[in-house]
Ligand binder design. Structure first.
Ligand SMILES: *Cc1c(COP(=O)(O)O)cnc(C)c1O
Length: 371
C-alpha cells in the first residue's frame, strides 16, 4: 500500500503523458512553449478567474505574490502555525516578520479569532500589517469569508496558499476565486501534480498578473532586455505543462474518487479516531486524509507493521522551528496548532485506493488503539 500511489495513476493515463512529452520534444519550445499558455487558460477557466500565471513551484507562487505586493522589512505577514514551512519561509526570505496564528482544531485551518488578536498586536506595535497567508490545509479551503471580516478595513490582502486544495470549492466558489490571489503547487504528490516542480498564481487582478508575468522572467519589461524591476527566474517547464494538461483530463474524476474514499474512511473510522471535518458548504481536494488520536506514534508503528504507511503532517508548530524563532506569536499562543502536531496522522489517500486496503487500515487502526 502507498500513501499516494502515482504509479496507479500512471497506469490509468496509459501513454497520454508520453505522447504529450514527445510533442514538446518535437516542437522544441522547452521554455514558455504553447502548452504553458494552454495550461494557464485551462487553470483560469477552471477557477473562474481572469488570470493564471504559472511558475516553477508552489513556493515561488507564494513568493512572487509577496514580491509583487512589495512585502519586505518592517512588514508583518500573518501565517498559520500549523502548515508546511514554505508558507512562512517566503515571509522571512523577504525580510518580513511572520506572525504565527493558531488554527481551528476541526478544520486545521487558520482561526479568525487568533488572527484578530495577532492583528491587534501588530497594529499597536511598529510593524505594518502587510498580508495574511491562509492555507487550505489538506485540501479544504480556509474560511475566507470570516477572514475578510477580520481583515476588514486594514486594506491588508489575503493570499490563499492553495498548494493542497486546487479543485476544491466552497458554496460553489472554486479555489482560485476565494482570495485576491491564490498560489497553488503542482509538486508530484499534490492533488494535481506534475512530474517535477511547478506552481501557479490565480487572480482576477490584471495589474498583479502583469507584475507576476514580469517578475517570473527577471523583472522583464516590454522586451527581453528591458528590466523594469528585480525579479527571479521562475517559469513552469513546457514539458510539465504538457503533463498537467494530460492529467487534467482525468482530474475531475480523481477528485470525485477521493471524495468517495474520504467518505468511506469517515464511516469506517467513526468512533475510532477523530475524522476530518468539512465546513458545511465546502468540498476538499483531499490532498491528505488526516485523523486525530491519542497514542498516535504507537498506532503509526502498528500500522507500519501491518504494511500501512502513514505520515505526520506536521510534527512541529512553525514558531518552534529554528528558522522562525524571530517570528511573533498571536496573543493567546497557538495551543491548537501545538496539540495537532502531537495528535495528527495522515492515512493513505489517493484516487486509486482500494476498498480492501481501506478496510485493512481501519481494522489495524482500531486494534492498535491504547484504551
Ligand atoms: C507543497 C506546499 C507548498 C510548497 O509547494 P512547492 O511546489 O513544493 O514549492 C506550500 N504550501 C503548502 C501548504 C504546501 O503543502
Amino acid at each position: 500500500m502507498q500513501l499516494i500511489d502515482l504509479q496507479a495513476q500512471r497506469r490509468r493515463l496509459g501513454n497520454a503523458v508520453e505522447v504529450a512529452i514527445s510533442r514538446v520534444l518535437d516542437h522544441g519550445q522547452f521554455v514558455m512553449g504553447p502548452e504553458v499558455r494552454e495550461l494557464e487558460t485551462e487553470l483560469a477557466a477552471r477557477s473562474g478567474v481572469a488570470h493564471a500565471v504559472s511558475c516553477a513551484s508552489g513556493t515561488d507562487a507564494l513568493l512572487l505574490v509577496l514580491l509583487a505586493w512589495g512585502v519586505g522589512p518592517g512588514d508583518a505577514v500573518f501565517v498559520p502555525a500549523f502548515t508546511f514551512p514554505a508558507t512562512a519561509e517566503v515571509v522571512t526570505l523577504l525580510g518580513a516578520t511572520p506572525v504565527f496564528v493558531d488554527v481551528d482544531a476541526a478544520t486545521f485551518n487558520i482561526d479568525p479569532g487568533s488572527l484578530a488578536r495577532g492583528l491587534d498586536l501588530v497594529v499597536s506595535g511598529s510593524l505594518r500589517p502587510a498580508a495574511v497567508i491562509a492555507v487550505d490545509l489538506f485540501g479544504q479551503p480556509a474560511d475566507y469569508i470570516a477572514l475578510e471580516e477580520v481583515v476588514g478595513t486594514t486594506g491588508m490582502p489575503v493570499l490563499a496558499d492553495a498548494a493542497q486544495s486546487f479543485g476544491a470549492q466552497r458554496g460553489g466558489v472554486p479555489v482560485g476565486k476565494m482570495a485576491v490571489a491564490t498560489a497553488t503547487s503542482f509538486f508530484p504528490s499534490k492533488p494535481l501534480g506534475c512530474y517535477g516542480d511547478g506552481g501557479a498564481v490565480l487572480t482576477d487582478d490584471s495589474e498583479l498578473a502583469a507584475c507576476l508575468r514580469s517578475l517570473r522572467v527577471h523583472g522583464q519589461g516590454s522586451n527581453k532586455y528591458d528590466n523594469v524591476r528585480t525579479g527571479v527566474n521562475s517559469r513552469l517547464d513546457t514539458i510539465q505543462a504538457a503533463i498537467l494538461l494530460a492529467k487534467l483530463l482525468i482530474f475531475d474524476d480523481e477528485l470525485s474518487e477521493r471524495s468517495i474514499i474520504a467518505a468511506t474512511y469517515n464511516d469506517l473510522l467513526a468512533g475510532v479516531a477523530l475524522t476530518p471535518t468539512l465546513q458545511e458548504d465546502a468540498t476538499s481536494a483531499w490532498a491528505q486524509y488526516t485523523i486525530r488520536l491519542d497514542g498516535r506514534d504507537h498506532v503509526a508503528a502498528q500500522l507500519r507493521a501491518a504494511g500501512v504507511p502513514t505520515a505526520v503532517y506536521y510534527p512541529k508548530p512553525l514558531h518552534h522551528q529554528p528558522a522562525f524563532v524571530n517570528g511573533l506569536v498571536s496573543p493567546g499562543g497557538v495551543p491548537e496548532a501545538t496539540r495537532l502536531c502531537e495528535t495528527v496522522l495522515s492515512l493513505p489517500m489517493h484516487a486509486y485506493l482500494k476498498p480492501e486496503d481501506q478496510e485493512l487500515v481501519a481494522k489495524t487502526l482500531a486494534a492498535s488503539l491504547i484504551r
